[in-house]
Design a protein around this ligand. Sequence first.
Ligand SMILES: [Zn+2]
Length: 101
Amino acid sequence: MKIRKGDRVQVLSGKDRGKTGTVTFAYPARGKVVVDGLNVAKKHQKPTRATMQGGIQDKAMPIHVSNLMLVCGKDGPVKVGYRIDPNGEKHRVCRKCGAEL
Ligand SMILES: [Zn+2]
């Protein structure tokens, strides 16, 4: 997956199109990530013994990575490429400025 936890991303579709946020959780198996404060759904919470109170809470729902673009600090949203260094390690790079992401 090209997007990881801690990445800054921009949303390409849906109601949060154009907004940016930070990835707080990744589900590589499903190709989805949770972005802080984006794709928020109202979650109706039943009262539990612990809280004694129910109500409606905002909860960020996972977004498929195909709807996201990684944000480069210099160029904004960019496509991601890979560069293999002499040690055989793979690094993600910005396809516009070539900086490591
Ligand atoms: Zn860049």
